[in-house]
Write a protein that binds this ligand. Structure first.
Ligand SMILES: [Zn+2]
Length: 235
């Protein structure tokens, strides 16, 4: 299997994972940079649950569709401008996961409250402006807010995670939503008093910083991928 065939399979599966695990329903998308280029693979404008390796589009960072049939997701600028801003980014996942959206709308920053949150030790900045990222300018603003980090919360909208490979970007999105969901439950159990949550100290969090390291990502991917493949949308 050549490199791009294998990458296409990973991208399609990543999209199916974010739909299957409730990070997105009709909307959301995962992309991958074609190595050594400024171009990337992105599904056409459908639910990520329908993503198909043979039907991915090839786009560039200026919003041009270079190959494939169909219209790209309208928020392709999230991907294109992230790739343009940082050469280290090889994959971008964008989803609308409910717990993360809730955190942004109650003004609570992401905090590390369980081990799988450790991959976000450097903080998850918030992009405050509401609405979709449907222009180059907004894509650049989002990339600027992401900075050198691996995730950004988008107020009332969702999240974007980035990584050096598809699996890590996808698992980061899953872990961030899991973390946000737990944080919300803790907040509710604590009567809404955020000071009662025993968020990890910086020293404690450092001990679980490796949660997005390759062995952990591979183990998580094995599970998420198996579930997404065993129960495909409509299957
Ligand atoms: Zn979106």
């Amino acid at each position: 299997m050549d490199t791009q065939t294998s990458l296409r399979r990973e991208v399609a599966l990543a999209n199916r994972i974010i739909e299957r695990f409730g990070l997105s329903n009709a909307f959301g998308h995962v992309s991958a940079r074609i190595p050594g280029t400024g171009t990337f693979l992105l599904p056409a404008r459908r639910s990520p649950g329908f993503a198909d390796a043979d039907q991915l589009l090839v786009l560039d960072s200026d919003g041009n569709v270079l190959a494939g049939d169909g219209t790209p997701n309208s928020e392709h600028w999230i991907h294109g401008r992230a790739y343009a801003a940082r050469a280290d980014i090889m994959s971008v996942a964008h989803a609308h996961p409910p717990a993360c959206v809730c955190l942004t709308q109650i003004g609570q920053p992401h905090r590390i409250v369980h081990n799988q949150g450790g991959g976000f030790l450097d903080g998850v900045p918030e992009y405050e402006r509401i609405g979709l990222i449907r222009s180059r300018e907004l894509g650049d603003l989002l990339a600027a807010r992401l900075g050198s980090g691996n995730a950004v919360m988008m107020r009332g909208h969702g999240i974007t995670t980035v990584a050096a490979d598809v699996r890590t970007a996808t698992i980061a999105a899953c872990f961030l939503e899991e973390s946000a969901a737990l944080q919300l439950r803790m907040l509710a159990a604590a009567g809404g008093d955020a000071t009662r949550i025993r968020a990890y100290s910086a020293e404690e969090a450092e001990r679980v910083r490796d949660q997005l390291s390759k062995p952990i990502v591979e183990r998580a991917w094995e599970y998420y991928a198996a579930v997404a493949q065993a129960r495909p949308l409509g299957g």
